[in-house]
Design a protein around this ligand. Structure first.
Ligand SMILES: Nc1ncnc2c1ncn2[C@@H]1O[C@H](COP(=O)(O)OP(=O)(O)O)[C@@H](O)[C@H]1O
Ligand SMILES: [Mg+2]
Length: 262
């Protein structure tokens, strides 16, 4: 049964790696046009969940709907073609190739050279580093710069859904801020974003929706502000006490405003 209402719908997803289930019945929706952030402790199954979306892990049970299409059973390439692009947790650029070559590779499914050139122009405007460091080897960039080039590369397919696994990993606080701003920018040009973040507090603040994954199940889902302000979640996963969590209410409305702006 196709479900035309949800942009992405996880419905009872059970998946693992052969030695037992990591995901134990995951159900939630990713609304179109927003940023949805998944948080949760290490080992709770966040990366596994993202891999089920891009076809790298095949659920044993359950369904994943994307714009009314069933993703379970499709190959990673078929899922890419449908407009779902994932940036993996570990750095994934070809270090010996130039920045330009890496970004161009993002369009490997596009055959029309003119379309590729047009997209490249757009990307160079959105990500100045792609123009400035075009001829440099990707391996010579800092971790934060490589992250931006990975974002740029994934946009070459003009995906409807961008999936990011812990994009802030290994970045210093200043780079982190500009990385989060870049995610917002990608979202504002029409990409729905599904991301996993360890920097839960900061990520939830810029997200429209939040999902807490615990031991392979959804513990809580709601607007970013609702998840941020849930006292138990704040104490357990956001690195604060309950008192600390209450102070967060002053900054939470921004997430609500962003939701209502859609
Ligand atoms: N390729 C794999 N083979 C076997 N087990 C794995 C593999 N990848 C992850 N796991 C296990 O699955 C569980 C969830 O991992 P993961 O989805 O990476 O969690 P998270 O991203 O939330 O930290 C962990 O217990 C981990 O050891
Ligand atoms: Mg992970």
């Amino acid at each position: 049964m196709a479900d035309s209402e949800a942009f992405v719908r996880f419905d009872g997803v059970v998946a693992g790696y052969g030695g037992g289930d990591v995901l134990k019945g995951v159900t939630f929706d990713v609304p179109e046009g927003g940023v949805t952030c998944i948080v949760g402790p290490n080992g709770s199954g966040k990366s596994t969940l993202l891999k089920t979306v891009s076809g790298l892990v095949r659920p044993r049970l359950g369904e994943i709907w994307f714009k009314g299409q069933q993703l379970v059973g499709l190959s990673p390439k078929e899922i890419l073609r449908l407009g779902v692009v994932q940036v993996p947790q570990n750095h994934s650029l070809f270090r010996e190739m130039t920045v330009h070559e890496n970004v161009e590779l993002g369009a490997f499914l596009v055959k029309d050279k003119k379309v590729i050139a047009e997209r490249m122009d757009t990307i160079r405007e959105m990500f100045p580093i792609v123009a400035e460091r075009a001829k440099d080897k990707a391996g010579s960039l800092s971790g934060g710069q490589q992250r931006l080039v990975e974002f740029a590369r994934c946009l070459m397919l003009e995906p409807d859904l961008v999936v990011l696994d812990e994009p802030s990993m290994g970045l210093d606080p200043k780079t982190l801020r500009s990385m989060f701003e870049t995610i917002r920018m990608m979202n504002s040009v029409g990409r729905t974003v599904l991301l996993v973040e360890q920097n839960a507090r900061q990520a939830l603040k810029m997200s429209h929706f939040g999902v807490v994954l615990e031991n392979g199940q959804v513990r809580l889902s709601g607007t970013g502000a609702e998840v941020l302000n849930n006292p138990e979640i704040g104490a357990l996963y956001l690195g604060g006490t309950i008192e600390h969590t209450n102070q967060m209410e002053s900054s939470a409305p921004s997430a609500v405003e962003r939701t209502s702006n859609e």
